[in-house]
Design a protein around this ligand. Structure first.
Ligand code: ADP
Length: 486
């Protein structure tokens, strides 16, 4: 129930503002001490005032009790002096005084109502036993007290003095109540003043505390509107710094993405334009010349057809890459015999290797069955073996070996080719990156093969590693889980 109310308060738009929350917390925290102090002080004052009154009055009555004994008042209540004294004291304290003798008979009542009556109340009985009683009734505003009238004359040392009578009085505490109500009024005015100052201070404090967060919003908006490209900084609090750091990281990531997207677009346009430019040059030179021999026509047309093939290959590779990006995680997996997959793949690539007189060897260490997307896995591994053939030397060799443990299968593709320079190792998976552009172009590379391969391997939750020694050869190691898990 309480939690529901709390949720409701938090959900209401007013309390979702941090500034309003800080304001209310400070206000409440400021008001509670002033409220507690006021209540405690007033209560303390009341207690003290009542105690002072009781001790003052009981002293007075003790003196009177002695006078009563001196004047033998308990035996004969006609003494004018004592009566005047009793009336004076009851007027002074705005109260009533009753003198009760040891027969519990009221021999004097300053109100003159109960004279001659018998009073056997608990307080009177207690007082006759020697116990003074006081009772404060703050609702009706009076203190009732009993004082024993003790005759200590003619009492031997080991004897307890005899209680001859009881002085029962009830005095008004109106003056205390009046002082309390004046104090209360003053305290209220003070409290209002304190509340107003706390209110103003809370407003100012919440405004100041919230300022850095406003700065964060302004800074982010400035970046959003494009006024600045700089990384933003609001070091006022650790918290604002953390928010701003996170924002700067996102910004940096987005800029990197944007930069690579721009680079990709410009690379695509450039790559697609290159074959077109060649075709245009070839076609133009045929058009410009008169009486071109048929052989030249044929030769140029073969070149134009090769450029068309190249354009086609780039577009196909690009489409494959885009498709891989789009269907991120969507693999058509099934149980595949990896040995058979590699054998088929090698069979297809052997003719290309034969042209360069390159020996292609397949070593299967064990039969391997794995859950993979057969088409995509064939494409990924083909690219690697094709590269090992393409970037090899005459009479070189390519060795493909397959192994597995209980979790992964590993395909290692080694070649005796030209190798990859150290500084290029990190970039070979980038789209359109080629170590030697003209050489790659000559042998029909698009610079997209390794990007495609890496994407497919990552989709299978696998890894690809490369090691290479320039002029000696390159080794790619591909590790793929035997079972596919999303
Ligand atoms: P390409 O279509 O140009 O072969 P890839 O993305 O397949 O594009 O390869 C990128 C570059 O990495 C290649 O241009 C080549 O320079 C280098 N490379 C890839 N495989 C090998 C290899 N086995 N030996 C030497 N260089 C390689």
């Amino acid at each position: 129930m309480l939690k529901k109310v709390k949720d409701q308060i938090i959900k209401s738009s007013l309390f979702r503002s941090l500034r309003i929350r800080i304001f209310f917390i400070l206000l409440i925290m400021g008001m509670i001490p002033s409220f507690i102090t006021r209540t405690a002080l007033l209560q303390n004052y009341e207690e003290r005032a009542v105690n002072v009154k009781i001790s003052e009055v009981s002293n007075q009555f003790k003196i009177i009790a002695n006078h009563l004994l001196n004047y033998n008042y308990l035996q004969d209540a006609s003494s004018e002096v004592i009566n005047a004294e009793l009336n004076q004291i009851s007027n002074l304290y705005d109260g009533r005084v009753l003198i009760i003798d040891n027969n519990f008979k009221v021999i004097k009542d300053t109100y003159g109502i109960s004279e001659g009556k018998t009073i056997i109340s608990e307080e009177v009985l207690k007082c006759f036993k020697g116990e003074n009683t006081t009772y404060y009734d703050n609702e009706d505003g009076f203190i009732e007290m009993t004082i024993p009238i003790v005759d200590s004359s003619n009492v031997k040392e080991d004897e307890t003095p005899k209680i001859e009578g009881v002085l029962l009085s009830s005095i008004s505490t109106d003056t205390i109540a009046l002082t309390i109500s004046i104090l209360q009024r003053k305290a209220f005015v003070l409290e209002v003043l304190i509340t107003i100052s706390i209110l103003v201070m809370s407003l100012a404090t919440s405004h100041v505390l919230i300022k850095p967060f406003k700065k964060v919003t302004t800074a982010i908006n400035e970046v959003k509107e494009g006024f600045t490209d700089e990384a933003i900084s609001v070091p006022d609090y650790d918290e604002t710094e953390h928010i701003v750091d996170a924002f700067n990281n996102v910004l940096r990531r987005m800029r990197t993405l944007d930069k690579s997207r721009q680079e990709f677009v410009s690379n695509v346009s450039h790559e697609l334009k290159t074959p077109l430019t060649s075709m245009k040059v070839l076609a133009d030179s045929l058009v410009m010349q008169e009486d071109v021999p048929v052989e030249l026509y044929q030769e140029f047309m073969i070149d134009i057809a090769a450029e068309i093939d190249r354009e086609n290959k780039i577009i196909n590779d690009l489409l494959t890459l885009v498709k891989l990006d789009k269907t991120d995680g969507e693999l058509n997996v099934e149980y595949v015999d990896i040995n058979a997959l590699l054998e088929l793949l090698m069979k297809r690539l052997r003719p290309i290797a034969r042209q360069q007189n390159i020996e292609v060897i397949l070593e299967s260490n064990r039969p391997v069955q794995a859950v993979v997307d057969e088409v995509k896995m064939t494409l990924a591994l083909s690219n690697l073996v094709e590269n090992a053939i393409k970037y090899n030397k005459q009479n070189g060799w390519v060795r493909v070996s397959l192994d597995a443990d209980h979790q992964y299968f590993t395909v290692t593709i080694e070649d005796s080719g030209m190798g990859i320079p150290e500084e290029a190792m990190e970039r070979i998976y980038e789209r359109f990156y080629r170590v030697d552009k003209s050489h790659s172009r000559e042998i029909g590379g698009t610079g997209l093969g390794l990007a495609i391969t890496r994407n497919i391997i990552l989709m299978h939750r696998g890894t690809i590693q490369v090691s290479s020694v320039e002029t000696e050869g390159t080794t790619f190691v591909v590790k793929i889980p035997l079972t596919y898990s999303k």
